[in-house]
Design a protein around this ligand. Structure first.
Ligand code: ATP
Ligand code: MG
Length: 434
């Protein structure tokens, strides 16, 4: 075939392809998909090369590597000194459409903590939106994984939908992890503390938990009680989901007393039979939701504050295994506000005001690994959590609109007759313990 004929054919094929893309929307969509896929592959290849080729330089500049000077004898030259670097070894670079994960082994004589502490510098050097550090599956004593988020998948908020209609009590779907995977929170066997500055989006966690438990609430596999001393502003939105809501200090103390009694009674019943309570219809998980814990433990009258603190501490120490759990929300993590921080078994840190607060909430020295104080104001519902294996992750809860809360509450109301010896509150369920 002559060269001109081949050129003519290629031109014709290109012209037909362009015409198809212009005329047919389906072809346009397909072309767009192919272009996006190719773009993603190119980007990932660029990331891979960049990390592979710059790793050593970055490690050396950050002081992670060690330089040794060696004196060697050369024939005819005499003694000469040569420089040798020991670097932490970049064992693997794995890319995905939005992130890069590095597997790095410590160099000889290096502590794992020194390598882990390098995460913030690494993220800044490569302009990552976020990062997380977690232990490698093998050789976790000397190898660490750095996940750098190059394109933030949870930047755009997501809106919650109706909860799955099946009864679930063990864990609930709240939103997304920074990897884009679903974020589920354990409910059974956990006391949860959620801390975040005003407007950080604690409401999304509150309604994500209570709303997702709604199908279980409707069949009495969960009974939710609420304490909302900010005038009931938050909880009354979904009042039918709650067996009772306390809006005054005395009512809150009464409710805590009732919870301690339930936990004591359960402990008696379960002793010798089972170490962990398994909820089901008619034998519920008791969930106590406290919005703004500080209004009970810091700002209430001294007698109420003292008694509430005593009861809550007792509840936190005896309730977990017997299916009586607490989830508390608070703006301020200071000791005067949450003296019993250590009794909560899982903690979630939304936007906080300082690295000191992050350390207070997630544990000493956690600020570089779970920088909740760096969450932007506009990223409401975003939080740092600590997983079972001790690694940290960034998550974003889906947003629960007032309308969705009301719809879920009217579809799955709690059975008021199920409250143990209680007089059911009249809607809107204010008035607290009977
Ligand atoms: N998951 C979310 N995604 C996007 N926007 C959200 C999300 N959660 C909350 N918001 C927005 O942030 C605002 C404040 O949220 P929210 O009332 O839950 O804050 P908060 O932490 O409970 O504050 P406060 O302590 O003052 O009660 C909401 O009105 C909403 O506009
Ligand atoms: Mg709130």
């Amino acid at each position: 075939m002559s060269e001109s004929l081949m050129l003519g054919l290629a031109g014709m094929v290109t012209a037909i392809a362009i015409a198809m893309v212009v005329v047919f929307p389906a072809a346009r969509r397909a072309a767009l998909l192919v272009a996006r896929f190719a773009g993603s592959l190119l980007r990932q290849a660029w990331w891979w090369l960049r990390f592979r080729f710059t790793w050593k330089g970055v490690a050396r500049e950050a002081g992670l590597s060690k330089r040794r000077t060696k004196r060697v004898k050369r024939l005819g030259v005499g003694e000469e000194s040569i420089e040798k670097w020991r670097d932490p070894r970049l064992k693997r670079v794995k890319t995905s459409a939005h992130s890069v994960t590095l597997k790095v082994k410590t160099r000889r004589g290096q502590a794992l903590a020194a390598l882990e502490g390098f995460a913030p510098e690494l993220a800044a050097t490569y302009s990552a939106d976020a990062y997380r550090v977690y232990p490698a599956k093998r050789r976790a004593g000397s190898t660490v994984m750095f996940e750098l988020v190059m394109r933030d998948l949870i930047k755009i908020p997501a809106v919650a939908g109706m909860p799955e209609p099946r009864m679930q009590t063990e864990s609930v779907l709240l939103g997304r992890r920074q990897s884009g995977k679903p974020f589920r929170l354990q409910v059974e066997q956990r006391h949860t503390l959620v801390v975040g500055a005003s407007g950080a989006g604690k409401g999304s966690f509150l309604w994500g938990m209570v709303g997702s438990l709604a199908p279980a609430i409707a069949v009495d596999a969960v009974q939710a009680y609420g304490i909302d001393l900010k005038g009931g502003m938050e909880l009354t939105m979904g009042a039918p989901l709650f067996t009772k809501i306390a809006v005054q200090g005395e009512q809150a103390v009464e409710m805590l007393r009732e919870f301690v009694a339930i936990a004591d009674q359960r402990t008696e019943q379960l002793r010798g039979y089972s170490r962990n309570h398994k909820p089901g219809p008619g034998d519920p998980l008791y969930l106590l939701v406290i919005d703004e814990l500080a209004s009970l433990t810091a700002y209430a009258d001294p007698e109420i504050r003292k008694e509430a603190e005593r009861l809550l501490k007792r509840l936190l120490s005896i309730g977990r295994a017997v299916g009586v759990v607490v989830v508390a929300f608070v703006q301020d993590p200071r000791k005067e506000v949450i003296d019993m921080r250590g009794l909560f078994t899982q903690t979630i840190a939304l936007r906080l005001r300082s690295a000191m607060e992050t350390n207070m909430v997630l544990g000493d020295g956690m600020a570089p690994f779970a920088p909740a104080h760096r969450i932007l104001k506009a990223a409401q519902g975003t939080a740092w959590i600590i997983d079972e294996d001790g690694s940290t992750d960034r998550v974003r809860a889906d947003y629960w609109s007032d309308d969705l809360i009301r719809r879920v509450a009217s579809l799955y109301p709690a059975d008021p007759a199920a409250a143990p010896g209680a007089i059911a509150p009249e809607p809107p369920a204010l008035g607290g313990a009977a």
